[in-house]
Design a binder for this molecule. Structure first.
Ligand code: GLV
Ligand code: MN
Ligand code: MN
Ligand code: MN
Length: 407
């Protein structure tokens, strides 16, 4: 299957020799190389590749225009991310085109393969930025001003990539051309591994978001300042991490503090500032709000106790997504035709992971396929899909696209 060749070419792009993880950040080195790989692979298949006003790539089989069936995913990664989150959906889309052609199938309408920029928010902080811009879910002025760790703006980075940041924003014409979007993605949990199904279907995405917290204290000497005289922002920061964990447990939700910046970050200087990011997710909006409010209250209290000030602001939020029931049932039926009879119905699963499919679903009928991940681990080098399951994913995607493209 052509998937193996595609994967062999893509997998080394941006892979760390030390950890085996990936560092693909939007508009930079390995991400640019991965985009070039896609452009080349699509062009080699006779697809017309276009870059939209927001930097997302679209490879057309057939004339670009209305009535299109769309599939695709993203190529950027989290810091030291896995090989499959994003790239599996992109490589599978290309392989599905090959599979459909090998079947002698001629689409009755256009098929377009999309590659979205900054899905992980790994460089500029807002996840699904490419799809948010195209759907009008984020103010272009805000997007232009987003900065990376080195202080470079989205505007500047885009310019350096040869694109015009003045043109970013909603693209109703392009969006209007898409009749349906299907994203294939590696599973980011371990639900399928305990079944005989290599491929499942998405039901919903939990509401989730990212909040920035700043704890401002007073820098001082680590050796000479009595502990009772300190305004040490590390202490409320530590309390807040533990509170987030307790609240997540209490509400059967998720709350993670995985990124922080300590200023000035010296061993022998009490910090003046700790900036930290809360990633919170829950099955419903009310529970998510309880968790986030609880974290905020705990942070305020701990900050007060230590003579530190605390601010908290949302950087991005994503509402609950329920994928189209008609479409997910249709996908489950199609995927089920290849499942072993003893395997039972195709699993239809909710997830706590965000996707461009979730953003698009408010504008276009959207569905997702998941490919089994035997480790259940994601956003880590341990993320995995067996080759035979990736092949099953390609066949499932080709079957689904064939069905959607036939009329
Ligand atoms: C992106 O993959 C996310 O869910 O954080
Ligand atoms: Mn991800
Ligand atoms: Mn992803
Ligand atoms: Mn994601």
């Amino acid at each position: 299957m052509s998937f193996d060749r595609l994967w062999a070419d893509l997998a080394p792009v941006g892979r760390s020799a030390d950890s085996g993880g990936y560092h693909r950040y939007t508009w930079a080195g390995a991400d640019t190389d991965a985009r070039a790989w896609f452009t080349e692979a699509a062009a080699a298949r006779g697809l017309e590749v276009r870059t939209d006003r927001n930097g997302n790539l679209w490879a057309w089989w057939g004339t670009p225009g209305p009535g299109a069936v769309a599939t695709g995913s993203h190529l950027d990664s989290v810091p030291d991310g896995g090989a499959f989150d994003g790239p599996l959906g992109v490589a599978s889309a290309l392989a599905a085109v090959d599979e459909l052609r090998s079947r002698g199938f001629t689409p009755a309408r256009p098929l377009v393969l999309g590659v979205f920029v900054e899905e992980e928010g790994g460089r500029f902080g807002v996840p699904c930025l490419g799809s948010r811009l195209t759907t009008g879910e984020i103010d272009p002025a805000r997007a232009r001003g987003l900065t990376d760790a080195a202080g470079a703006t989205w505007e500047r980075a885009m310019e350096q990539a040869g694109l015009d940041p003045d043109r970013i924003g909603p693209d109703p014409e392009l969006l209007g051309w898409l009749d349906v979007f299907v994203e294939l993605h590696v599973e980011q949990g371990r639900a399928l591994e305990d079944t005989d199904h290599p491929v499942g279907v998405a039901s919903a995405i939990w509401p989730h978001g990212r909040w920035r917290m700043d704890f401002t204290g007073r820098a001082d000497h680590a050796g000479t300042t009595r502990v009772q005289d300190r305004n040490d922002p590390m202490l409320p920061f530590a309390h807040t991490i533990l509170a987030a964990r307790a609240l997540a447990e209490k509400h059967d939700a998720r709350a993670t503090v995985a990124k922080s910046l300590i200023t000035p970050n010296g061993t022998n200087a009490i910090p003046s500032l700790v900036s930290a990011w809360l990633d919170a997710r829950a099955a419903d909006e009310a529970t998510l709000a309880s968790v986030v409010e609880g974290v905020c209250e705990a942070a305020e209290r701990a900050a007060r106790d230590h003579g530190v000030t605390h601010t908290m602001a949302a950087e991005s939020t994503t509402p609950l997504v329920e994928f189209s029931h008609d479409l997910r049932d249709r996908l489950a039926a199609i995927v089920g035709t290849r499942a072993a009879e003893s395997a039972g119905p195709v699993p239809v699963l909710p997830t706590g992971a965000g996707h461009d499919a979730g953003v698009l679903s408010a504008h276009v009928p959207t569905a997702m396929l998941y490919v089994r991940n035997p480790t259940g681990v994601s956003h880590s080098p341990q993320e995995w899909a067996r080759p035979e399951d990736s092949h099953a994913g390609v066949l499932a995607l080709a079957d689904v696209l064939q069905d959607l493209l036939a009329v």
